[in-house]
Unconditional design. Structure first.
Length: 137
């Protein structure tokens, strides 16, 4: 009976060895698949690294665009100030001539007023002399 038991157990252990061999094969297959996945992940990691590099390039380009816009803004502000200055100088030149003309008109008006006042004074003095001669006063 020991031999039968031994033969029986050897058969069972043989079956178990076969099943373990089958499992080893399946694990080897899964290891291969995981190896494939590792390769794919490595490929994806490389692609992500490329994307990171491209994003860095885009960030640099955006920074350059920002710098250029800032420089453009500074130049535009300076040009606008220069234009304002030129416009104000033009108005000042125009207004200086107008101020001179206005002063001339004021002086002419003042001279006219003085002249008229002097003439009225002369007329009043003559009228007084006439009235004194006629004896009305």
């Amino acid at each position: 009976m020991d031999e039968d038991l031994k033969a029986y157990l050897d058969g069972k252990f043989g079956d178990l060895d076969g099943k373990f061999a089958d499992l080893d094969g399946r694990f080897a297959y899964l290891d291969g698949k995981f190896g494939d996945l590792d390769g794919r992940f490595a490929y994806l990691d490389g692609k992500f690294a490329e994307l990171d590099g491209k994003f860095a390039e885009v960030d640099e380009k955006f920074a350059e665009v920002d710098r250029r816009f800032s420089a453009l803004e500074e130049r535009l502000v300076e040009q606008m100030r220069d234009m304002q200055t030129e416009i104000l100088r033009g108005f000042e030149a125009f207004s200086a001539g107008q101020a001179i003309r206005l002063r001339k008109v004021e002086v002419d008006q003042s001279n006219l007023d003085s002249s008229l006042s002097a003439r009225v004074n002369i007329v009043e003095a003559r009228l007084l002399q006439i009235e004194l001669r006629l004896g009305k006063l």
